[in-house]
Design a protein around this ligand. Structure first.
Ligand code: ADE
Length: 278
C-alpha cells in the first residue's frame, strides 16, 4: 500500500515512521510519501489560504494551490519525502507475531484504478472500523490535510475526476487541522493489512469488528493489589471462556454504547445476559 499525505506541516506526520507502521515500512508492505503543500504555492509569500467569500472568521485554503498538488500526487509525479522506518524492527520478534500472516498484494477496493482521496473534516461522514477494513485493501490512498476553515469546496468537487473522494470525520469535535485525523485513520487502516499485525486473531477480536466493544483483558499475576483475575479464565474450558468474553463484551457495550446493540444479531442467550445486566 502507498499512502501520500499533502500538508503544510510535514513534520506532523513523523509518527507514521514509528512502531507498527515503521515495521510495515521496513517490510516493504507500506510506503508513505509526505508532501509540503507550500511547494505548490506560486507567490513570494508561499501563501496557501485567503479570506472567505461572504465574510466570516478564519481563512480558506486556495484552490490554485491544492488543485495542482492533488493532480501531481495522483499522477505520481510529486517527489515529496518518503518516510523511512524509525527503528530496525525486523530482527526483533514482536509480542503479537504469533501466527505469521503472509503479506498480500492489493486490488483497488471498488473495481477502479482511481486512487482513494481521503479529506479529513469535522463536516465529513463518521470514520468507522468498516471503513478501515475496506480501505485496508486499497493500493494507493492520498490524504489532503486542511487547516483553518477548510479547503475551497471546488478542490474536492474537481478532485472527483481523478480520485474516489471521501470526506470523513474522526469524531464530533474540532481539531486544528486534518493531520492528527490522518494519523488516526492511517493507523486504523494499516494495522488491518495482513502481515502487519502478525496475529490475525488480534483484530478479529477487536472492539467493533463484531459490532461490540471488547471486554476486559488480564495477565499475570493472578492477584494484584488484592484484585483477582476472574477464575473462569483459568478453567481451561475454551467454550466457557469464549462465552464469558462474549458476556463481558455485551455488558460493556450495554453500559457504554447501548446504541451499538441495535446492529448486533443477538441470540436468546445474549439477550438473557443483557437482561441480567439491567
Ligand atoms: N479536522 C478538524 N477536525 C476534524 C475531525 N473531527 N475529524 C477529521 N478531521 C478534522
Amino acid at each position: 500500500m502507498r499512502l501520500d499525505v499533502v500538508t503544510i506541516f510535514p513534520e506532523y506526520l513523523d509518527p507514521l515512521r514509528h512502531a507498527l507502521l515503521g515495521k510495515a515500512i521496513e517490510q516493504g508492505i507500506l510506503t508513505v510519501g509526505v508532501h509540503d503543500l507550500r511547494g505548490w504555492a506560486t507567490d513570494v509569500h508561499k501563501s496557501v489560504d485567503d479570506s472567505p467569500y461572504g465574510g466570516g472568521p478564519g481563512m480558506v485554503m486556495k484552490p490554485e494551490v491544492w488543485g495542482p498538488a492533488l493532480d501531481d500526487v495522483a499522477a505520481g509525479t510529486a517527489e515529496g519525502q518518503v518516510l523511512d522506518s524509525s527503528l530496525p524492527h525486523l530482527a526483533k520478534p514482536r509480542h503479537d507475531d504469533i501466527e505469521g500472516v503472509a503479506a498480500r498484494t492489493y486490488e483497488s477496493g471498488e473495481d477502479s484504478d482511481l486512487p482513494l482521496l481521503i479529506v479529513p473534516t469535522p463536516a465529513g461522514q463518521p470514520f468507522t472500523q468498516a471503513d478501515a477494513q475496506a480501505w485496508s485493501n486499497e493500493e494507493h490512498i492520498v490524504f489532503a490535510c486542511g487547516r483553518y476553515e477548510g479547503i475551497d469546496q471546488r478542490v474536492v468537487d474537481d478532485a472527483a475526476q481523478r480520485y474516489r473522494v471521501r470526506e470523513v470525520s474522526i469524531g464530533d469535535y474540532v481539531l486544528i487541522g486534518g493531520e492528527v485525523a490522518v494519523l488516526v485513520i492511517a493507523e486504523a487502516i494499516v494495522r488491518l493489512i495482513p502481515g502487519v499485525l502478525g496475529n490475525r486473531r488480534s483484530h478479529e477480536e477487536d472492539s467493533f469488528s463484531d459490532g461490540l466493544l471488547e471486554g476486559p483483558s488480564y495477565t499475570k499475576p493472578r492477584v494484584w493489589r488484592g484484585l483477582e483475575v476472574p477464575p473462569v479464565l483459568f478453567s481451561g474450558n475454551h467454550a466457557l471462556v469464549d462465552r464469558w468474553r462474549r458476556d463481558q463484551a455485551l455488558l460493556r457495550t450495554q453500559a457504554v454504547r447501548p446504541e451499538l446493540l441495535n446492529h448486533v444479531a443477538l441470540t436468546p442467550q445474549d439477550q438473557a445476559v443483557l437482561d441480567s445486566g439491567r
